[in-house]
Write a new protein. Structure first.
Length: 306
């Protein structure tokens, strides 16, 4: 839940507009100065644009900020057909085109990093910088065990009682009660078929590309308390392949998500077995400029647009 309150977030996100796309109508919000560099914020799976309620106010003075409900999420429902990351990327490219912008910063959390990564892979000339928060590299080979786990994920979730699945997902994705409440409300808005379609699309987005190196300025961020799956190890390996130096810093970044809902990590969600007690990343304090514990950051040497 945003510290600003859900009833006040509409104006904060700026002008609402809709793009007609195959399979759905994609809802978008634009705030900030029209002549400023564009930053796109792509939310985690099963949530919506309000995921970034704590970040938009900090960005609008220097950037034009685009938030959106990715197809199959929030107001961008119902969705006809399957959910795929490439389709979401095509939506985002169409949105950017509609704004008359040639390049934008791709920032995202978990599933949102997959959208940014796929955009960078398919349209590197459209991406001025990539910011990945709590997301694994979709062009890296997850290995045999990782591939088999991804194949098994949707059938396991399909057999899981939906109320229990939502509860376990929220608990595995956040520490504070307010963040779990935020996530549970978003999950409750989805039918089980919608939930499974989204997670199946997330699981299918991995495509190993031997020798590929993410081009351009890149910032990788993972919270110290993020213990979900292998995300910390995977992001460190990504940084090593990309030759991005590590930068541990305290209080220099706001944690994504409305009052901490950024704990949502769909790259593994909901992988814990019923009854497990995985702990997520600690939540940022309300409107805090400091994080309660350091982040692990890897920043490339190329200049990021100011």
């Amino acid at each position: 839940m945003s510290a600003l309150g859900e009833e006040t977030t509409g104006e904060m996100f700026g002008r609402n507009f809709v793009i007609e796309r195959p399979g759905c109508r994609v809802h978008c919000w634009l705030a900030g100065a029209p002549d400023a560099p564009l930053v796109t914020l792509s939310h985690a799976a099963l949530t919506d644009h309000t995921f970034f309620a704590a970040q938009v106010p900090a960005l609008v003075s220097r950037y034009q900020v685009l938030t959106w409900d990715i197809r199959g999420h929030g107001a961008s429902r119902p969705l006809t057909g399957p959910f795929t990351i490439p389709d979401a990327v095509a939506d985002l490219a169409a949105i950017i085109d509609s704004l008359g912008v040639t390049q934008a910063v791709m920032a995202g959390q978990s599933m949102g990093t997959y959208v940014g990564q796929e955009m960078t892979f398919r349209h590197p000339d459209r991406v001025s910088a990539l910011i990945a928060i709590g997301g694994t590299c979709i062009t890296a080979d997850p290995g045999w065990l990782g591939r088999e786990s991804l194949k098994a994920a949707t059938p396991i979730m399909k057999a899981w009682p939906y109320e229990n699945l939502k509860n376990e997902s929220a608990r595995a994705s956040a520490v504070e009660a307010s963040s779990r409440e935020y996530l549970r409300k978003r999950f409750d808005a989805l039918s089980k078929d919608e939930y499974l379609a989204i997670m199946d699309g997330v699981d299918r987005c991995i495509h190993p590309e031997p020798g590929y190196r993410t081009p351009g300025p890149t910032l990788l961020i993972v919270g110290q308390h993020d213990r979900t799956g292998n995300i910390r190890k995977a992001m460190a390996a990504w940084a090593q392949r990309r030759r991005i130096p590590r930068d541990r810093r305290r209080g220099s970044l706001r944690e994504p998500g409305p009052a901490g809902a950024g704990q949502h990590r769909d790259n593994q969600l909901p992988r814990p077995a019923p009854g497990s007690r995985r702990r997520g990343r600690r939540i940022a304090s309300r409107r805090a400029d400091r994080l309660p514990s350091p982040w692990s950051c890897w920043m490339s040497s190329e200049a990021v647009p100011a």
